[in-house]
Write a protein that binds this ligand. Sequence first.
Ligand code: ZN
Length: 230
Amino acid sequence: MSRRGVHLLLCLSVAGSLVDSRPVSAEKWLCDDVYLSTDAQSEYVADLVCEAAVRAKAFLQSCGLVQTSAINIEVVESAIHPGFGECMALFDKRTGCLQVTDPGRLPLLLPENDARAALPPDILFASTITHELAHALLHQSAGAIAVGPTEQEFVANAMEMAVLDPHWRDVLLGANPAKPGGSVGHINLGIYALAPRVFANNAWQYFQREEIGCALVQKIAAGEFRFPVQ
Ligand SMILES: [Zn+2]
């Protein structure tokens, strides 16, 4: 993977302070869910954000995560992390701010050879919002409990795959196969840095285990589970 790809990957995983991002000319739009809103440059993009966020939130809540404070999703020309540079999207746990790069530019930020290039831009945009909203609700659900980065990415990637339309999920699984049931040995930040789609597909397969699923997500939020350090 290119160095740039690693940076983009880490941007998805790091909850740092958001500074110097370039907003598009945006206005505030309220979603049907009063706890979700967006700063977007058009009603079309606002609708994309709200549809994705409401759908993702419904699944996250069905999995036991809760939203304890309002979340605004800011659509920006470039999400910029102070340490890692340009990103696809960011969630800042200190401010509660969630930023996502404009859907027209988002595909351009995919790491080289990333299977998500096969996704239509609107689907990629929605999937990216799901990932960050999972980080946000996991953070809010955990409250004062610190959730480790491996567990954060497991939840965000599993939720991202879970909410994806089955057709597109199969496209991603086909590009980077992971064995049914997954492998706990592949759930670590080393794999995430080197092969993020392998990590995501494996997280999904592991999440699919009957005895894992949302029960593990809830244990992670409660601070009762950590993956073994590799
Ligand atoms: Zn992430």
